[in-house]
Design a protein. Structure first.
Length: 164
């Protein structure tokens, strides 16, 4: 999965990822907040309570059933968050495409047929090491960088930058 270009410096190389189910699953597992808290269920609870109020008030039944169905869908989206997210990624136009990654002393660069991004080291607020990769928190958002597609030179550079 690694495609290393011939360069003089070990800090200027090129690797790639294929955006497949395995990659998306790893990305979700390593970067998503999977803690169960009451806050996550608050929308579903409110919808179910509203549905109960509409049923008790004998208001239009279809409104109560609609709110109850929305509450149930919200509960399912919490329960099956990972599967739903991975499935959405798999039906996107990016699924199956190759993303070229280049890391050098300036930053992290990604390039695919659908998207190009550069994250300069100066723009990175936090670089968290996980078991299988790195979570890159920067001015433009959050990205996940898997260790799987990176060669040793890249890993060393990213680890060095994460400690700085």
């Amino acid at each position: 999965m690694t495609d290393t270009a011939d360069h003089n410096s070990s800090t200027d190389q090129s690797s790639h990822y294929i955006l497949n189910r395995e990659y998306f699953t790893e990305c979700f597992d390593e970067s998503a907040d999977t803690t169960n808290s009451l806050k996550k269920y608050s929308k579903a609870i409110i919808l179910i309570i509203l549905a109960s109020v509409f049923f008790a008030a004998e208001f239009e039944a279809y409104v109560a059933w609609f709110l109850l169905a929305l509450g149930a869908v919200e509960l399912l989206s919490i329960r099956f968050k990972r599967s739903w997210w991975v499935a959405r990624q798999m039906v996107s136009r990016r699924a199956g495409s190759r993303v070229n990654i280049r890391i050098d002393d300036q930053g992290i660069y990604s390039d695919s047929s659908h998207h190009q991004q550069s994250i300069l080291w100066n723009d990175i607020n936090e670089l968290k090491a996980t078991e299988k990769g790195f979570i890159v928190i920067h001015k433009g958002g959050t990205n996940y960088l898997s260790r799987k597609g990176l060669d040793e030179g890249y890993l060393d550079l990213v680890i060095e930058k994460s400690r700085a």
